[in-house]
Ligand binder design. Structure first.
Ligand code: NAD
Ligand code: UGA
Length: 444
């Protein structure tokens, strides 16, 4: 099929390249000329495992191309997928400016009778009906299109894998012909397909993200209690997860959820509920718990170091999770801002997110070239993102490099036995503190 994807970001690019891989002819459009220039050279503008290779492979096969021109993108497309961003407005609601803009442009450019306009961006319930009216704004061929909703469930860092191994593909439609054609388009992925109304599809997306965020805030609250009660949250999560009704996924305690979606989508769902005069108290608490959890390591440092002013700290990890360069709503950013206010001098390191972070953090911190430079001679170390290259470090090595062996691990990267063995002070999430170094000094 001939498909166009509007918006060549994390979702649009992965979708476009994956649809090309299963045999479709795909054109990706973006308003950002620089991005399209990079893509036309066969390079990926974002860090996402396997994406660049997939782009190159499909460009070579001539099944994937890039443009900034709506005329080209809409000319022959049978299906046009909207994958532009829906960021948060000041009040937490979803900003639909880009959706409106591209809908109007698509409406003005589509030629084919029966073109399907499929919204993949995460949008509040009712938005697809707005898309329909925006498509009409400059369209001379009002009856020429059908709308449908196809929420996306991929995760950054494993986006290609998720696309080919998803748990479900949701198609929300109001028209049998569109539903059938979309099912045909997705069939080669071999992923189970669920057909619903457009409104239910829109709601499935927000409910799924809100539920996953709830699981994370729940386990983080349990972790906070475990610290007070002397229990170990990892054992607790394992024990809970063995109950199939609960499941083991998304029970990893840490410094909260970040990224471009959970924070934005939970806030948007609270707004959506508010508009219906429904107070979504559970989700409001989930958001509140997460805000506290994201800066938990700063509080831990304040509790354990008398005066932070002038202290030197290493920060390992800036991205909101491993295997991505995305720093949107990453815990690292707020944490670093608070530590700067406390007068801490920081050296930070992330394998791929440093360029993105530089524009936000400027010269308030020093950027290291490798993780060892961020650890060496520090008074304390904060582990913020669980990149594999940090997890394979040994705490004994870290301890030798540091001035004072004090580690605050926000992602539970190391076993407590290793911390005891390394003779360091090691504070993690929801597990007993290891104060081996302080104790050995007291005993001297
Ligand atoms: P993104 O910011 O990475 O990409 C959006 C792209 O759209 C950008 O390249 C931008 O230049 C382009 N764009 C913006 N306005 C445009 C316009 N008027 N015309 C043409 N192009 C325009 O965003 P993303 O992370 O890919 O997310 C896109 C949507 O998918 C959002 O609604 C998001 O909530 C949802 N989503 C994201 C993920 C994820 O993991 N990132 C997963 C599921 C769903
Ligand atoms: C999430 C969802 O998992 C995807 O299904 C969804 O499509 C996407 O949001 C979206 O709508 O954009 P993503 O944000 O890429 O994907 O990454 P996740 O793996 O879900 O992690 C999100 C955050 O939660 C990260 O900060 C991660 O560190 C944190 N997390 C995750 C935990 O703290 N504990 C866990 O057990 C799992």
């Amino acid at each position: 099929m001939k498909i166009s994807v509007i918006g060549a970001g994390y979702v649009g690019l992965v979708t476009g390249a994956s649809l090309a891989k299963i045999g479709h002819h795909v054109t990706c459009l973006d308003v950002n000329e620089e991005k399209i220039e990079v893509l036309n050279k066969g390079r990926s503008p974002i860090y996402e495992p396997d994406l660049e290779a997939l782009i190159q492979q499909n460009m070579k096969a001539r099944t994937l191309s890039f443009t900034t021109d709506f005329e080209i993108a809409c000319q022959q497309a049978e299906i046009i997928i909207i994958a532009v961003g829906t960021p948060s407005n000041q009040d937490g609601s979803a900003d639909l400016t880009a959706i409106k803009d591209v809908s109007e442009k698509i409406g003005a450019h589509i030629h084919h009778p029966g073109t399907i306009i499929l919204t993949k961006s995460t949008v509040p319930v009712g938005t697809n009906q707005k898309v329909k009216s925006w498509l009409h704004t400059y369209s001379f061929s009002a009856d020429h299109f059908m709308i449908a909703s196809n929420p996306e469930f991929l995760r950054e860092g494993s986006a290609i894998h998720d696309t080919f191994n998803g748990d479900r593909i949701v198609i929300g439609s109001e028209n049998e012909e569109a539903a059938r054609k979309l099912e045909e388009m997705f069939a080669p992925f071999g992923v189970p397909i669920l057909h619903t109304s457009i409104e239910s599809a829109e709601m499935i997306k927000y409910s799924s993200n809100a539920f996953l965020a709830t699981k994370i805030s729940f386990i983080n609250e349990i972790a906070n209690l475990c610290e007070k009660l002397g229990a170990n949250v990892e054992d607790v999560a394992r024990g809970m997860g063995m109950d199939q009704r609960i499941g083991s996924a998304f029970l990893q305690a840490g410094i909260g959820y970040g990224g471009s979606c959970f924070p934005k989508d939970t806030n948007a769902l609270v707004q959506i509920a508010g508009e219906m005069e429904h107070e979504f108290e559970l989700l409001e608490s989930v958001i509140k718990v997460n805000a506290k959890q994201q800066v938990k390591l700063v509080q831990m440092a304040k509790d354990h170091v008398k005066d932070l002013k002038g202290k030197r700290a290493g920060i390992l990890g800036l991205s909101f999770k491993p295997n991505t360069d995305d720093i949107r709503e990453a815990a690292s950013i707020e944490m670093i801002k608070l530590l700067v206010e406390e007068g801490v001098q920081m050296t930070v390191y992330d394998p791929v997110a440093q360029d993105n972070a530089k524009s936000l953090l400027g010269d308030t911190v020093t950027f290291a070239d490798n993780c060892f430079d961020a650890i060496e001679d520090q008074d304390m170390l904060f582990i913020v993102t669980e990149w594999e290259e940090f997890k394979v470090l040994r705490l004994k090595t870290i301890s030798k490099l540091m001035d004072l062996p004090l580690v605050f691990d926000g992602r539970n990267c190391f076993a407590l036995e290793e911390a005891i063995d390394a003779n360091i002070d090691y504070y993690s999430i929801g597990r007993p503190a290891v104060t081996q170094f302080s104790n050995s000094k007291k005993n001297v």
